[in-house]
Ligand binder design. Structure first.
Ligand code: ATP
Length: 699
């Protein structure tokens, strides 16, 4: 009864009136609260035609993409699925035919030449069909494996291309962080092929079943037909799984939440405090209490709980449905034994169960649609994501003997697109830098020094104001051209999961294998001795991509565990060593490329004083023919060599100038002092104060 109620409820839930009332349904299952999106279309149970039709353009595009990667493999895969579609009904037909001939041969009891010939042909065709299927299975597996890897590599390349050309502003969008797996694009198409295969196979098997019911079981009449279809109807109307639905789940049971929190306390983040506070006994006792409290709550994940029936009736009904035709014909045989034979029964049972199996597989494939289509959609959303920053049309090609880049910043303000504050990171900043000048930007934390460099290298576009590069707006130039004339060194740079020689070499991709230049760059950055200390020298990869995997069964196997530890071994270097290795990449760039503009943002925070002095000295010596801007807090040994010093600090800006309220004010970064070191010292302003603070430490 409950089964019928739940069936009726599921059907009723799809009525339009309810959909209008709430955008989702709320249910409690075990410790979980679930919000399930209401379906907006009438559909046959489990079939999501709305979803499929909405995704048709994307499916067509995916098909075209996969086809263009290898048309031959595509057609081979189609053909093998076509064979699978007819193989099942065909082997059923041959099996039935063989059974009938065997029955005839047994009932005749003596050799009959024609019957024997028919029997031989039936055996050969059945065996050939099986052998051919085996061959197709083997070859299609090879085709599919080869094709899937090919498709995955090609689509991964498209993701790589899309990610690489994406500008910083767009990269901060949530959409740019979509998780996509190119392998699923192929899987999605395979599932559709399988669905097509199952539909064809189902129709052919249905034809066979109707033929059987019409010829061998004519006496059983329409009741047997209904009984054959009853399991399919019951399956399609009652099958209800959570994974094909759009839902949000949240654990709301307080005991469950406490159990999770207590379990978490055993892990490393809290371990020191738990041990120090001698909390072990307390935690175990508390755990016991919540464990006891949770005993009466149905446990498990909602994926399991959703389909769990409270009585055995649904399962009993479904099993009885499956046996319906056989039981009915059994009853007929009871009434009139001469009406049916065992062979006929076997044929019916075999055909009907094959049909049901094909139907179940098709329904299962359909239940995966939402997930598969979502991953397909995400894939194309990611690779179609358009850059927000517009590229310019003008090539940037300074003369080889140019003394650097001239820059002019006019009344520039900027706020980060992802910023969580109303204030601007920079407000009304103006200054100009002549070609070939050495500029040092100093100032308070958070005042916008690094932001100025980001704007000058066009990592971001100013919110308002103009930046001129050699007299033209920075936005007019092609970004790639500007980048190829620029070298940056920041503390945000990281070591790539590549060999150390490549880590340095990529500073100049065209000379990435030039070991002489690489070692020269390493020497200039003071990184040579660090590299030589590694057994593999320049071939060392400090943080290799983790690919090693220890199977569950191998855990505890000492030999394999020792091998695994050797495979999975990233090496760490100190902060200062890392900064030297990264600086080597910038030197490599300056040695090999035609660099006209160098920005250096706090690259020495982890270096010892001598290392820092050496790094700045080497950078200064490489300034010929380049404009160089440094951002640093320890500026003592730099500003004295600088042509220009910019002191950046905060100015207080009122959000509502008409209201005299201090809480409605905020501090925005701007350039407050400009000049040479001496000029600023003479001015006795903020720069001079900061310089004296640093100088006092040494007197
Ligand atoms: N990616 C970002 N998204 C949002 N806000 C940012 C981002 N980067 C910096 N900011 C904010 O912009 C302001 C200026 O930051 P910036 O890094 O330019 O300061 P800074 O002068 O270089 O600071 P420091 O001396 O501490 O390095 C700060 O308030 C900072 O919090």
């Amino acid at each position: 009864m409950q089964y019928l109620f739940s069936w009726a409820r599921r059907i009723l839930l799809r009525t339009d009136t309810q959909k209008e009332k709430t955008p989702f349904l709320e249910r409690r299952l075990g410790v979980w609260r679930i919000l399930i999106a209401n379906d907006t279309s009438f559909r046959l149970p489990s079939l999501r035609w709305d979803l499929l039709s909405a995704h048709l353009p994307i499916l067509t595009r995916a098909c075209k993409d996969v086809y263009s990667i290898s048309p031959t493999l595509f057609w081979l895969m189609m053909l093998s699925h076509l064979w699978y579609a007819i193989e099942d009904p065909l082997s059923l037909y041959f099996s039935n035919r063989l059974l009938l001939l065997i029955q005839r041969s047994i009932s005749q009891g003596e050799a009959d030449k024609t019957l024997n010939t028919d029997l031989c042909i039936a055996i050969i065709t059945r065996a050939s069909c099986s052998a051919f299927t085996g061959f197709v299975r083997w070859s299609s597996k090879n085709v599919e494996d080869k094709y899937s890897v090919l498709v995955e590599y090609r689509l991964q390349e498209r993701i790589l291309r899309a990610n690489i050309v994406r500008d910083l502003v767009t990269s901060e969008d949530n959409e740019a962080h979509l998780h996509v797996d190119p392998g699923r694009v192929f899987n999605c198409l395979v599932r559709f092929l399988e669905l097509g295969k199952n539909v064809i196979s189902f129709l052919l098997q249905l034809r066979l079943l109707l033929h059987l019911l019409g010829s061998e079981f004519a006496t059983a009449g329409p009741i047997s037909i209904i009984l054959c279809f009853l399991p399919l109807i019951s399956q399609s109307t009652t099958s209800d799984n959570i994974w094909s639905k759009a839902y949000v789940k949240q654990a709301v049971n307080r005991d469950y939440l406490r159990k999770e929190a207590l379990t978490e306390l055993a892990y490393s983040t809290y371990k020191a405090e738990v041990m120090g506070g001698n909390l072990s006994e307390y935690l175990l006792t508390e755990y016991e209490k919540v464990h006891d409290a949770l005993r009466s709550v149905p446990n498990g994940d909602i994926e399991t709980l959703w389909g769990r029936a409270t009585t055995a009736l649904p399962d009993m009904f479904s099993c009885l449905c499956n046996d319906g035709p056989v039981l009915y014909i059994g009853l007929l045989a009871l009434a009139n034994p001469s009406q049916v034979s065992v062979v006929q029964l076997a044929m019916l049972e075999q055909t009907a169960s094959h049909l049901r199996w094909t139907f179940s597989v098709a329904m299962l494939t359909i239940s995966f649609w939402p997930g598969e289509l979502a991953s397909l959609k995400n894939f194309y959303r990611l690779i179609d994501l358009k850059n927000k920053m517009k590229d310019g049309n003008m090539p940037y090609s300074p003369a080889a003997d140019a003394s650097g880049v001239s820059l002019e910043v006019r009344n520039v303000s900027f706020s980060y697109p992802s910023g969580k504050s109303e204030r601007d990171a920079l407000k009304n900043v103006s200054f100009s830098i002549k070609a070939g000048q050495l500029v040092v930007i100093v100032g308070t934390n958070g005042s916008g020094k690094s932001t100025i460099l980001k704007l000058l290298t066009r990592s971001y576009d100013a919110t308002s104001g103009t930046i001129l590069v050699d007299g033209h707006s920075i936005q007019d130039y092609q970004i790639a051209d500007l980048r190829s004339a620029t070298a940056n060194l920041t503390q945000e740079h990281t070591i790539f999961p590549l060999s150390l020689s490549e880590n340095i070499g990529v500073g100049s991709p065209s000379s990435a294998t030039d070991l002489d230049k690489i070692s020269q760059a390493a020497k200039l950055a003071g990184a040579q001795r660090i590299i030589e200390n590694f057994t593999e020298g320049y071939d060392t990869t400090l943080q290799p991509i983790r690919t090693a995997y220890l199977s569950y069964a191998a855990r505890g196997n000492e030999v394999l565990e020792a091998e695994y530890a050797k495979m999975d071994k990233p090496t760490a270097v100190s902060g200062g060593e890392k900064q030297r290795l990264i600086a080597a990449r910038t030197f490599m760039r300056m040695l090999s490329e035609d660099i006209k503009f160098v920005t250096v943002d706090e690259p020495s925070s982890a270096l010892d004083p001598e290392g820092e002095y050496e790094l700045f000295k080497q950078l200064r010596e490489a300034r010929k023919g380049r404009t160089m801007i440094f951002v640093t807090h320890r500026f003592g040994h730099l500003t004295r060599f600088a042509d220009l010093v910019l002191y950046v600090s905060f100015v207080v800006v009122s959000l509502h100038p008409d209201v005299n309220d201090e809480s409605r004010c905020m501090k925005e970064g701007t350039v407050v002092e400009t000049g040479t070191h001496q000029e600023l010292m003479d001015r006795q302003g903020d720069y001079a104060r900061l310089y004296n603070v640093q100088a006092q430490a040494f007197t």
